[in-house]
Design a protein around this ligand. Sequence first.
Ligand code: ADP
Length: 647
Amino acid sequence: MEKQVREFQAETKQLLNLMVHSIYTNREIFLRELISNASDAIDKIRFQSLTNVELLEGDSEFQIFLEVDETNHTLTISDNGIGMTYDEVVENIGTIAKSGTKAFLEKMQTQAAEKQSVAELIGQFGVGFYSAFMVADQVTLITRAAGVDKAVKWESTGDGTYSIEETERSGRGTTIILKLNEEYRNAEKPEENFLNRYTLQNLVKKYSNYIRYPIKLNFPKEVKPVDENGKEIEGATPAQTIETRVLNSMTPLWTKNKSEITAEEYQEFYKSVFYDWTEPLEIMHTKVEGVVEYTALLFIPGHAPFDFYTREYQQGIKLYCRNVFIMDNCQDLLPEYLKFVRGIVDSSDFSLNISREILQQDKQLKLIGKNLEKSVLKNLENLLNNDRAKYEKFWNEFGKAIKSGLYLNVQAKEKLQNLLLFPSSKGEGLVTLDEYIKRMPEGQTEIYYAAAKDKNAVERLPQMEVLREKGYEVLYFFDRVDEFAIESLHEYQGKHFKSISRGDLNLNSDQDQEAKKATEELRKENEPLLKAIKDRLGNKVVEVKLSNRLKSSAVCLVSGEDGISLQMEQILAELDQTVLKAARILEINPNHPIFKTLQNLHQAGSEKFGDYVDLLYGQALLIEGLSVEDPLDFSNKVANLMVQAVG
Ligand code: ADP
């Protein structure tokens, strides 16, 4: 095939431009990115060779080699990983297929101004390869896929185009040659001189120490000639030889005894293995012997990764068998609601030849998973009881995962309900269900909650007034998953959950009984009026009622006791599930002056009556944060009213 010159995809161009021209510190991370790509490529061939050993063609000494060439100013990184075919090079290197890229670009542009840790972003968003252009004027990639004869050469100066052609390479794998920019091969600035072997050595130690394949670099070495007795010969010219050093330690930290591992070592391990720049919130290191044997080193990150709440996020634990890596992101070990846990599990019970399909039925794995789940939950419980501030930090990052877990997995109720935290009408802090129950005043029998957009909106709900007056605490639900999660809980310690915007409030005191009676009498007296209002609104509402939950507001909209709520309806509508509708009930405050006005208009048979009813319903929608069905009609009616009011 002829050599071709192609254009980068538009987003790639943009990305390259940013990489090359912005003033970022920390350009050194390009090395970590390229090494980690090489390591991933070796993982892939290793995994495939478990079922097809011929792919290896006899080369099973997995390694990553760094080479410096001072004369040509190049740094080369090569691996004997899986390599890429022609099409794969075009696919992987010419375009950025990932949906995260746009998000990355946006974030990078906003953060560039603040000069924030772009290195962190680059690592997180997986645009690693392009980081080579931060230090190189030209990047050449030569790769040969395992089991394929032809190799491919890709080359670019990062200016919008790249060339691609067929070439030769002895054996599978990928070689990346960086023609370093003048600034990054300046002997006077050793820490940024990527031709300096000691700089490279330090960088590997810093970022890639736990890469599980040897990262090698040749060092020139002078050997002084010796005589037959092994004594140095004075004055003889030393011979120049080469010593190949392995730069990374590769030690599986988890196999050491806990007492021998320092806090810094744990943190370094976590950061370099899981590409996180922030310290983990919790570290759990356990060794278990007995029916199943395993060592687990698990971490709860300090921050949710940028894609944590998207489908792109890859949940999972790394599996090892006696220090030998088996697979990344094993999802079958921990349930989805603990998907934030990162870590490794090493067990001699795992088979090296394990495939993802077999794993799902693996009994040992299930058993280990159960144990791990227990210990993570226990850890969280301890945190909640003993270090509330830290737990709240955890909750702010990952609480939604736990709540979604409750919704998606009803059996998890017992395990998760004690971990829940909610903001509430009492103070600024968060409250557990237990704490809520403990401070319930006498006479309160249910757990009240209100779902709304934010604190401002919830505190303005007309329904809040009467609860405030009674001194009843109300849990606030601001996450869209909250109400769904609580619906699946039904009750906590025998106390039912009760939305303040659903069905009757049943506040259960003598006063309420009296108020109810009074309202019932009023209802009877006003039956024709209520019917007229309902008739006007038609099937927009299922019922029109007199309210005893309103104090100063004229109206509110509530939903029926069963079925979904108004807030749930909105969320489902956003997910295009418009089939489900909440049953809407319009409640009118009989003590509000507007009620008298309605009575009068109705009695007089006024033609304004219909408009007033429409306006009231519109108001009720707006208070709930919903939109009025016909905004133009609504505002025309308001305008008419304003004109009439002044006369
Ligand atoms: P990421 O590594 O996060 O996927 P990169 O931009 O670093 O993003 O790489 C894009 C893709 O190019 C990789 O997913 C991989 O398929 C391929 N690739 C990069 N480096 C190598 C390599 N050394 N060997 C084989 N494939 C590679």
